[in-house]
Ligand binder design. Structure first.
Ligand code: DGY
Length: 325
């Protein structure tokens, strides 16, 4: 649908977002929503953004140079995500576009899903559920579906920004040794406060029982975990990824899981979403979720509100809270 008003900035919203966010936009802008709520192809996105002043887009919308050049009226792009690897920041800057992301509001939700996957894979929760539903639960068994303890083990966190740190805080009840790896090491007092130890990546991989990937995707983190890195991990170790799929070489991971180079994986993100490496679907030692890290109601409502407010601010000369350009 479309609301007409001559003086308001024109905005396109590429998926149906929570109403609280939409209301914020509609107060100040002339809003068109992709009511079909389907992922748009590149050319459909361009067609819809042509002539618009602003766009509220998803991490699955590629805002690259081609799109930016095809939409010269575009002044602001608000990404409904904390990660913004889908936006060519340099091209946006050159075009004078204000691009924004939404840090903060999804930190705890994403850290919670990281733990949900970690615990699910360690204790074979999904396998056990399938087993029971298949009518295979005939009696309590002393060796039935044994998994691994989490308590007292070593947790290695790759990427130690807001989400990585929230993952570390949530380990409190598990009496774990916590390692982290990050481009810029934290200060010693910060490490002490969080109870974490810095490790170079090979050491972190070699020593951890559970490894979580909580890094953003960029040229430094693309395929950070490949065949060689998986080989360094313990045979009994698990890897959880709630960051971005391409940080792990998915083909190498399938091979490592198949050959029991590592014990298992919990994945919320994939290299070529929404496609998933078919080999993953055949394995029992993986738990897979469809990029739902931030999908708590609380987080998604706030995400929509913050993304909308910043888009309005960018288009009306207000103070933009989270610019990335
Ligand atoms: C993000 O925000 O980057 C997540 O992947 C989706 O909420």
């Amino acid at each position: 649908y479309r609301r007409d008003s001559l003086s308001k900035p024109e905005v396109y919203v590429s998926r149906v977002i929570p109403e609280t966010g939409l209301n914020i936009l509609e107060e100040k802008c002339d809003v068109t929503v992709n009511e079909e709520d389907k992922q748009l192809s590149k050319s459909e996105l361009i067609d819809n953004l042509k002539g618009k002043d602003g766009a509220l887009v998803m991490l699955s919308d590629e805002i690259d140079r081609e799109l930016i050049e095809a939409c010269p009226d575009l002044k602001a792009v608000s990404n409904l995500a904390v990660g913004y690897n889908n936006i060519d920041v340099q091209a946006a800057k050159e075009a004078g576009i204000i691009a924004t992301n939404v840090p903060g509001v999804l930190t705890e939700a994403t850290a919670e899903l990281t733990w949900a996957l970690l615990m699910a894979v360690a204790r074979r929760v999904v396998e056990a559920d399938k087993f029971l539903r298949a009518g295979k639960f005939k009696s309590w068994g002393p060796k039935l579906l044994m998994g691994n303890d989490i308590y007292g083990k070593k947790l290695g966190i790759i990427g130690f920004g807001d989400i990585g740190q929230a993952v570390a805080r949530k380990a409190a009840g598990f009496n774990m040794e916590i390692f982290y790896n990050k481009r810029n090491r934290l200060s010693i007092p910060a490490e002490k406060r969080l109870g974490v130890e810095y490790k170079k990546l090979p050491q972190l991989l070699a020593e951890s029982d559970y490894i979580t990937v909580n890094a953003p995707l960029n040229s430094d983190t693309y395929h950070l975990i490949g065949t060689e890195e998986l080989q360094i991990m313990k045979e009994t170790a698990y890897i959880i990824n709630t960051g971005r799929g391409p940080i792990i070489d998915e083909k190498a991971l399938v091979k490592a899981l198949r050959e029991n180079v590592i014990a298992g994986a919990g994945l919320d993100v994939f290299e070529n979403e929404p496609d998933v490496e078919p080999g993953l679907l055949e394995l029992d030692n993986v738990v897979l979720t469809p990029h739902i890290g931030s999908a708590s109601k609380e987080a998604r409502y706030e995400l929509a509100e913050k993304a909308a407010s910043d888009l309005v601010a960018a288009l009306t000369g207000g103070e933009v809270e989270n610019p990335v350009t």
